[in-house]
Design a binder for this molecule. Structure first.
Ligand code: HEC
Length: 107
């Protein structure tokens, strides 16, 4: 009996050791991929038009975090963007943007 619980304990510790490094790696990578997901949305649904009609706001991985409050206002509060009906956001894309903005607010 004693040996059995020792074995269970051993496997438990092993699994913790196996799982925890990958968890840590994930939490380090997460904000970056959230940002990249959001950038893909901005690139596909916003930049396509801004490149022609609003050249001062072409979103990039470098400047998007600074624009986040404005983007939040335009997309989620005033619901003015994306302008027109040509490039509507899917539910998933809205979520990606919101997700990204929320992680920023936590910092
Ligand atoms: C079909 C064209 C078009 C699309 C698509 C579009 N925009 Fe715009 N956007 C504009 C134009 C034109 C302006 C400047 C005039 C205005 O504010 O209406 C603007 C202005 C803005 C502004 C600044 C508003 C302010 O505070 O003055 C933000 C922020 C913005 N857009 C974000 C976005 C985001 C985010 C998306 C994608 C989800 C997007 N836009 C998609 C045309 C577009």
């Amino acid at each position: 009996m004693g040996l059995q619980s020792l074995l269970i304990c051993f496997f438990y510790v092993c699994s913790l050791l196996l799982i925890s490094p990958s968890c840590e790696a994930q939490s380090v990578n997460r904000p970056i991929s959230i940002e990249q997901n959001a950038f893909q949305v901005l690139e596909a649904k916003c930049n396509s038009c801004h490149r022609k009609k609003n050249r001062r706001k072409i979103f990039s991985l470098e400047n998007m975090n600074q624009f986040a409050p404005k983007i939040h206002e335009q997309v989620f509060v005033k619901q003015r963007m994306p302008k027109g009906k040509a490039t509507p956001l899917t539910e998933q894309e809205r979520e990606m943007l919101l997700n990204w903005i929320t992680t920023l607010k936590q910092h």
